[in-house]
Design a protein around this ligand. Structure first.
Ligand code: SF4
Length: 324
């Protein structure tokens, strides 16, 4: 199956001859290249910081649990020879925590992918709590040791301080990240793919016979949304750009196995959500077929009488069929 690029579909939608001429006359819009480089750098930075934040979250959780455990350990070494009533109390508490963990485990197995991480956190916290309570129970049965107790309390204090420092540092990063991210993606979305400039493998759909690199793909609530950035100011989306973003939606449908609800076209002054609909998809399929026919014939021609198109065409300088 002949594979055509989404970029060529965009050119062909503008004018078949423009696409044909672009094969031999490459035009590079300097402004576009620079803005795409900037986008790529900013998106890479966002992805890097998000990774660091996730790591910090894990550290903070671990340090907080561990310092609580050590603090309890310290207290328990102050006292020894626990009374029977406390024995029963701690066994009961440990069972309660374990029951809690099992409950979260059950809920996690039934939960959707979005909720799963929340239950996983619950399992981690409650199972750690159970371990701490059991350890507390065992240590309280041992004879008291003031030296170990003091050491454990100081250690716990240091860990609590470091967890707090890390927490405030992560808040600081989050605030800066939100300011940058809001420009590109919803706060609860993640940047799944960057194809803006150099990074990002080309996506190929053998089902539709299309290939291409959207500027970036956002993942939100298990949906993958392609975003195409344009360096011009426009108050309504161009037909050729709609065809391009629809072609990206088709690539996503084939790659991830589910169709995106829409693609986003971002101009410098405005942005548009283009619904992924059959009416657009069918036109892309038709355009692709026409492109293949033209390739087989070895020629393509102007298919419009729109002088405005020729006026703003990047290939008008050497076009034999231009209207002006
Ligand atoms: S100048 Fe006009 S006819 Fe020629 S390629 Fe451009 S849009 Fe098509």
């Amino acid at each position: 199956m002949e594979i055509v690029s989404a970029g060529d579909i965009e050119k062909y939608s503008y004018c078949p001859l423009s696409w044909w001429l672009s094969k031999n006359h490459k035009t590079v819009a300097k402004k576009g290249v620079e803005s795409h480089k900037k986008i790529e750098t900013e998106l890479k930075e966002i992805r890097k910081k998000e990774k660091i934040l996730r790591l910090y979250e894990k550290y903070i959780l671990f340090i907080s649990i561990a310092s609580s455990g050590i603090a309890l350990l310290g207290i328990s070494f102050m006292y020894g020879g626990m009374e029977r009533i406390w024995n029963i109390f701690f066994v009961f508490l440990a069972f309660l925590w374990l029951y809690n963990s099992i409950f979260f485990l059950y809920k996690e197995s039934k939960a959707s992918e979005i909720i799963k991480p929340k239950y996983e956190k619950g399992i981690l916290i409650s199972s750690s709590g159970a371990i701490i309570v059991i350890a507390f129970f065992i240590i309280l049965s041992l004879p008291p040791n003031i030296k170990i107790s003091k050491f454990a309390e100081i250690l716990a204090l240091l860990w609590v301080v470091s967890a707090n420092l890390l927490f405030y540092h992560s808040i600081n990063i989050s605030e800066k990240l939100i300011e940058k991210k809001i420009k590109y993606a919803p706060i609860n979305g993640t940047i799944e793919y960057i194809g803006a400039f150099e990074e990002g493998e080309e996506i190929t759909s053998s089902k539709y016979g299309i290939r291409g690199k959207p500027d970036y793909i956002i993942k939100r609530n298990n949906e993958y949304i392609p975003v195409e950035e344009k360096s011009s100011n426009l108050n309504h989306p161009k037909f050729s750009h709609v065809m391009q973003i629809t072609a990206y939606c088709m690539l996503i449908e084939d790659k991830y196995g589910s169709p995106p609800p829409y693609g986003v076209l971002k101009y410098r002054n405005r942005q548009f959500k283009i619904p992924y609909e059959d009416r657009w998809k069918n036109i892309v399929i038709k355009i692709r077929k026409n492109m293949i026919k033209d390739m087989e014939r070895g020629e393509a021609h102007r298919n419009h009488n729109n002088k405005n198109k020729c006026l703003h065409c990047a290939r008008r300088e050497y076009c034999p069929e231009k209207l002006l």
